[in-house]
Design a protein around this ligand. Structure first.
Ligand code: C2G
Length: 130
């Protein structure tokens, strides 16, 4: 059983998010997603349109996601890797290098982001629709 872990806000879920999750899941047999809580989003300087509960509900409906846990802080990753026996930590390559400290505990893989789509772009495009 190869266990995969990733984190994110996953607001206004789009193809870039889903491709990341599918590619992460395809690296092993079980994918856990650390989903940023609304409070942690404030720390990240983000305000999600969709609440944590609703973002969690949506992610749990994806066949490639096996479990969703809350992400409350920057400092929980080592604990999460250890307590969940994670084999591979995965993030999009906009984070390349930022989580290399986890290499002591598991494999760390940064995968290419999907170009041309982001939650910010969706919000901006919708604004110009009116
Ligand atoms: N992503 C992607 N392609 C996009 C947009 C996002 O591959 N076009 C990936 C990001 O690289 C990230 C994941 O989807 O791995 C989730 O993206 P966000 O919800 O924006 O997450 P972020 O705010 O980067 O939070 O502790 C880590 C943070 O919680 C990451």
């Amino acid at each position: 059983m190869k266990r995969i872990l990733t984190y994110g806000t996953f607001d206004l879920l789009h193809k870039g998010h889903v491709r990341l999750l599918k590619r992460a899941r395809d690296l092993g047999d079980n994918l856990i997603v650390g989903l940023s809580t609304d409070d942690f989003n404030s720390i990240k300087g983000k305000r999600a349109y969709t609440s944590f509960e609703d973002r969690k509900y949506i992610l749990e409906a994806l066949s490639c996601v096996d479990r969703v846990i809350p992400e409350n802080s920057w400092d929980q990753k080592i604990h999460d890797v250890m307590t969940n026996n994670i084999d591979i930590f995965v993030m999009g390559d906009d984070w390349k290098g930022k989580f290399d400290y986890l290499k002591e505990y598991c494999e760390v893989i940064y995968i290419p982001r999907t170009e041309g789509i982001s939650t910010t772009k969706i919000k901006q495009d919708l604004e110009s629709f009116n």
